[in-house]
Design a protein around this ligand. Structure first.
Ligand SMILES: [Zn+2]
Length: 291
């Protein structure tokens, strides 16, 4: 484990805090507390078309009510455009990235980018990172390690969007480095981003944090829970019960007699074991889980 530990929770302001994102928040928070480190919050608001007005403030308010507060000022990706542009410029000038004018329609039958624009000198807004022809291993603190063939499995991927916005991968990598993050704890839905982010870090000469991916909470039909729906227990639970439920889902066993939120957190910080997080959450339904 890197010292001093710095972890983060990085929600997109596209809706309310839901049980799935609460699990990432709790797991990242407890890892940071366990290692006497810092826990930071970053609002990933670089996709204005998807943003829901008031969502960032709502998420921060919910986290506070649940007993989680960041150790430093909350960061907003929308304030960091200059840093993303700088990273982009360095990748373009070193020849590690190229401009791509392909439309989505043109590429619809290609699971991996076929390299159309690699040798062209286009004026397009979209930029792709050139995938090298080699293997990359992702080591996960919880899940099995995975090998990727960069060129075949991932290909040249977008780091700047056609609508002139930074792509998620670039913004995350630049921010994690700027914030000195030593371990990223997040949901398995982002597992596929990790090889891209490790490779981008390498291209930009940035350090690699550790990664720990927690399983995904799915709804009744097995779909990832991505916003709070009517079945989300967070709608009905008081903070104490919500944190107790999150801890139980994360494989921790808080004593039932604790009836105070602060005491529950004190217990959780002392007893937190990331290795007890299950590799899968119950998939059938979240209704009735501990409530
Ligand atoms: Zn192209």
């Amino acid at each position: 484990m890197h010292k001093p530990y710095r972890g983060r929770f990085a929600p997109s302001p596209t809706g309310d805090l839901h049980l799935g994102s609460l699990l990432s928040a709790v797991a990242s928070y407890l890892q940071a507390r366990k290692y006497q480190g810092q826990w930071l919050i970053r609002i990933e608001d670089i996709d204005p078309p998807r943003e829901v007005h008031g969502s960032a403030a709502g998420i921060l308010k919910d986290l506070k009510a649940l007993g989680m507060q960041a150790d430093e000022d909350v960061g907003y990706q929308s304030h960091n455009t200059a840093a993303y542009q700088q990273a982009l410029a360095s990748l373009l000038s070193s020849g590690k990235a190229f401009r791509c004018g392909c439309s989505r329609k043109q590429l619809k039958n290609d699971p991996v980018y076929p390299g159309n624009c690699r040798k062209l000198q286009l004026d397009a807004c979209a930029v792709r990172l050139k995938a090298a022809t080699r293997q990359l291993t992702v080591i996960d603190q919880l899940q099995k390690s995975r090998e990727y063939a960069l060129a075949e499995d991932i290909g040249d991927f977008i780091i700047w969007r056609a609508d002139d916005l930074p792509a998620y991968q670039l913004a995350v990598v630049v921010d994690d480095a700027a914030m000195g993050i030593t371990e990223v704890v997040r949901g398995c839905d982002l597992q596929g981003s990790t090889p891209r982010q490790l490779y981008l870090q390498e291209c930009l000469g940035l350090p690699h944090p550790d990664y720990l991916h927690i399983p995904l909470l799915t709804d009744k039909s097995g779909r990832k829970l991505s916003k709070r729906d009517n079945d989300d227990p967070l709608n009905q639970l008081q903070p104490l019960a919500a944190i107790r439920l999150a801890l139980r889902l994360l494989g921790q066993q808080p004593p039932p007699e604790i009836s105070d939120l602060n005491k529950l957190w004190e217990w959780a910080i002392v007893h937190w074991q990331a290795s007890n997080i299950p590799l899968q959450f119950p998939t059938s339904s979240i209704r009735g889980l501990g409530c």
